[in-house]
Design a protein around this ligand. Structure first.
Ligand code: GDP
Length: 313
């Protein structure tokens, strides 16, 4: 079991997930949290990762470092999404194993599942159909990461586990309209339209795709729960178990940001996967459930955005 004094490496501690893990573990009294500033360690560069592990010798690793982004970013930077992620995860998994890390948790994504997977999506649907083309670069990299963890467990009996979070949002999110995911993008669009008194906000696509959203602090809680209570080859979904349409999300954000104008749908922009809802019965069976209702999580994220994030996409 991870102890309060264990040496815990959070790879990607400046990202949405890594930062939430850092906050959560600190609050819980874990005192030896290891991080690597990006300027000092390029996780894509194997010799540097090797040196870092030799020097710091972590006991537990949360692998939350990845090149991430929304539907447009994936289409614009396919090499980064495939190659950077393959390099980062392979380096960290290999050197964790090599230096005797006791357990590693690899963070995947719900986009690893087939585009037309039955809903809600069970863990066993992995690799049963074609992927959604708009994010297959990222998905292929993440699937490789899962397989590498499973291969290490099978060949060497090493404790690598894989959590598959649904769409995430929360404090520390990215609000750049070109690269961000839908929830922060809409928060920013509605907020700016309110401030500038614009008559309408444009939402991409038809508004009909359905998505599930998990508050990132809940994910951090789930990751620590899994690190402590789960040790098996099978991947495990982390979500809320409920979804809503992009149109419903837009209306909710319109209400939270108190924007009085109209919503316009731009159907020339892609919809992506029609629905993405995870089956979380395996995680519920272990005794974990998400706590933060969507409206509350969005409210907290909005307050954070207004206070800290404006002007820093
Ligand atoms: P996905 O979940 O991997 O498809 O990624 P996104 O979060 O980027 O997009 C989810 C859905 O929201 C897609 O149907 C988008 O077309 C739609 N959407 C609507 N407005 C926006 C927006 O302003 N930004 C983004 N990224 N997506 C939007």
């Amino acid at each position: 079991m991870m102890q309060r004094h264990s040496r815990i490496y959070i790879a990607g501690h400046r990202g949405l997930v890594g930062a939430a893990l850092y906050r959560y573990l600190s609050q819980q009294g874990y005192t030896c949290l290891l991080t690597t500033p990006r300027a000092e360690l390029d996780l894509r560069w194997e010799p540097a990762v090797r040196d870092w592990f030799d020097q710091h010798q972590p006991e537990y690793v949360f692998l939350a470092a990845a090149k991430v982004g929304g539907i447009l970013a994936n289409a614009t930077y396919p090499v980064d999404f495939l190659q950077d992620n393959l390099q980062i995860q392979t380096n960290i998994i290999y050197h964790s194993y090599r230096t005797g890390v006791k357990k590693l948790l690899f963070l995947g994504s719900s986009c690893i599942y087939p585009k037309f997977a039955p809903q809600p999506i069970k863990e066993e649907y992995l690799l049963t159909g074609a992927l959604e083309p708009t994010n297959e670069w990222y998905a292929i990299a993440k699937i490789s990461g899962i397989k590498l963890c499973q291969a290490y467990r099978q060949q060497y009996g090493w404790s690598a586990i894989c959590a598959m979070p649904t769409n995430l949002y929360g404090i520390g999110d990215h609000f750049d309209l070109k690269t961000s995911h839908v929830l922060p993008a809409l928060l920013r669009k509605f907020h700016e339209a309110k401030i500038r008194q614009e008559p309408s906000v444009t939402v991409w696509g038809t508004g009909t795709p359905r998505r599930e959203f998990l508050y990132v602090d809940d994910l951090a809680d789930a990751c620590v729960f899994l690190m402590q209570h789960y040790d098996a080859a099978e991947i495990i979904n982390v979500g809320t178990g409920t979804d809503l349409s992009i149109g419903e999300l837009a209306h909710l954000i319109q209400k939270i940001t108190e924007y009085a104008g109209e919503i316009i749908y731009d159907s020339s922009k892609p919809d992506g996967t029609p629905r993405k809802l995870l089956d979380v019965s395996r995680l519920h069976g272990l005794g974990w459930q998400a706590r933060t209702p969507l409206a509350l999580g969005i409210q907290k994220t909005y307050e954070w955005y207004v206070t800290y994030a404006q002007g820093n996409p």
